[in-house]
Ligand binder design. Sequence first.
Ligand code: PEP
Length: 257
Amino acid sequence: VLKRTPLIAGNWKMNLDHLQAIAFVQKLAWSLEDAKHSFDDVEVAVFPPFTDLRSVQTLVAADKLGLAYGGQDISEYDSGAYTGEISGQFLAQLDTKFVIIGHSERRTLHGETDEVVAAKTKAAVKHGIVPIICVGETADDLEKHGQSAVPVAQLTAAIEGLKAGVDIVVAYEPVWAIGSGQAATPEQAETVGAALRAVLAEKLGADTAAATRILYGGSVKSGNIAGFMREPNVDGALVGGASLDVTEFAAIVRYQK
Ligand code: PEP
């Protein structure tokens, strides 16, 4: 049986400057150390703004912290006249393990299409960064198409052209659950998680599908994480608001306790 190490990922969005990031990561590391947390049991990653990444890299390397970190976005291009964009090459040079791609805020506020998400996913893979591909339906989609149709279509488009064995993470984030305080039920997350794994199996083969982590995201807190983690097709969480409070985020990481 393939082991999918659970992943708890904290998306800070546009919060915490580089000094606050250092204080936060130090506190988080201490708190997990006190709890004798094993990163082999549950992987933990934070997603700070780009301007924090160098500071986080320095701290993680100097103190040999088990924490991983990632970017919140990536350019589909390697370099050139793309004002404001960040290359996967730059992220890789900062030992960035993951990158969030196609977050609903990027799709709605920055007009990212499925094609852009697919191109960014390819860019991440090319630079050896694990893409966390975000998919999810809006409240309107849910009413019109049911729960799984839109996430399934988005994932199908995003992984176009990828090959078996590729290291990716999928995050199912119903848009209506993000920042709303109204999380999906564990059953809903499982239903869509299973549908997404079926897409992975069809496009990338059974082995890759079995090895790929599928996260749930949308109003995850310390009080509801355990319910999600009991589902066979939920392998972790992408956490927004609750990832900005060290105590709360550490409690989510320690969901088994
Ligand atoms: C997110 O934006 O990825 C998210 C899940 O946010 P929240 O946890 O605040 O709902």
